[in-house]
Design a binder for this molecule. Structure first.
Ligand code: PEP
Length: 251
């Protein structure tokens, strides 16, 4: 896996038709080969958009924004990892703070979902990050390392190599407020240390750690220039093909 990743997260935005017209424009770019571009789209759009990308011959990846932890069964309204994979996604975003806050997802559940997704061959973009109160109390490093300890650090070494970590301070998501590049670097270095302690330096060095929280064309270069910031998970600015393309070109 490339360490440089630009991942978008559309959340509950864009109809299938709007997604297709975004792609028409976005796919006209020739992106650098050493940047892995991923777009987290609504599940109903995965099939159409992945077919469109395939036809274009470009190597852009599609992510789902959630999956269920079971392979099939009576779980009305849910989608299994194999359904997502079958529709054309190669990645799934798990543990986003919105899912933790609005859908009560715990570290245990996120671990279960991660295992289920990995077993189907999906790669996981695992999100972590502290709320504002925690940052103010200066306990953000313990908070985030604890989220990691309680979930993905329980995976085996081979599964860990299919995990991308996105550090997303909740106070910076959708607020226009961005962590400074120093704040991001400090946390990312801590996260890489935690991985190195558990899985060794080699796996830690290969793990992509993305920053998320109001990344935009104006701040992407500065954030991505930090040694432990391997790219971004981008919400709002990924909804516009031009802005997201500029972010991809910011490495
Ligand atoms: C996100 O949703 O993961 C995110 C980082 O959003 P935004 O870029 O809009 O802050």
């Amino acid at each position: 896996m490339s360490r440089n990743i630009a991942a978008g997260n559309w959340k509950m935005n864009k109809s299938i038709q709007e997604g297709v017209s975004f792609m028409d424009s976005f796919l006209s770019n020739d992106f650098p080969e050493d940047v892995n571009v991923i777009l987290g789209v609504p599940s109903v759009s995965i099939f159409a958009l992945s077919q469109q990308i395939k036809k274009s011959g470009k190597s852009i990846n599609i992510a789902a924004q959630n999956c269920h932890q079971n392979t099939s069964g009576a779980f009305t309204g849910e989608l299994s990892p194999s359904m997502i994979k079958g529709a054309g996604a190669d990645y799934v975003i798990l543990g986003h703070s919105e899912r933790r806050a609005y859908f009560g997802e715990s570290d245990d559940l996120i671990l279960e979902k991660s295992k289920a997704a990995l077993a189907e061959g999906l790669k996981v973009i695992f999100c972590c990050g502290e709320p504002l109160e925690v940052r103010k109390e200066m306990t953000h490093i313990e908070y985030v390392t604890n989220q990691i300890n309680q979930s993905i650090l329980k995976l085996n070494e081979s599964d860990m190599q299919n995990i991308i970590i996105a550090y997303e301070p909740i106070w910076a998501i959708g607020t226009g407020e961005t962590a400074s590049s120093q704040q991001a670097q400090e946390m990312h270095a801590e996260i890489r240390n935690v991985i190195a302690t558990e899985y060794g330096e080699n796996i830690a060095a290969k793990t992509s750690i993305l920053y998320g929280g109001s990344v935009k064309p104006a701040n992407a270069k500065e954030l991505f220039s930090q040694p432990d910031v391997d790219g971004g998970l981008v919400g709002g600015a990924s909804l516009d093909a031009g802005s997201f393309a500029e972010i991809v070109f910011s490495f």
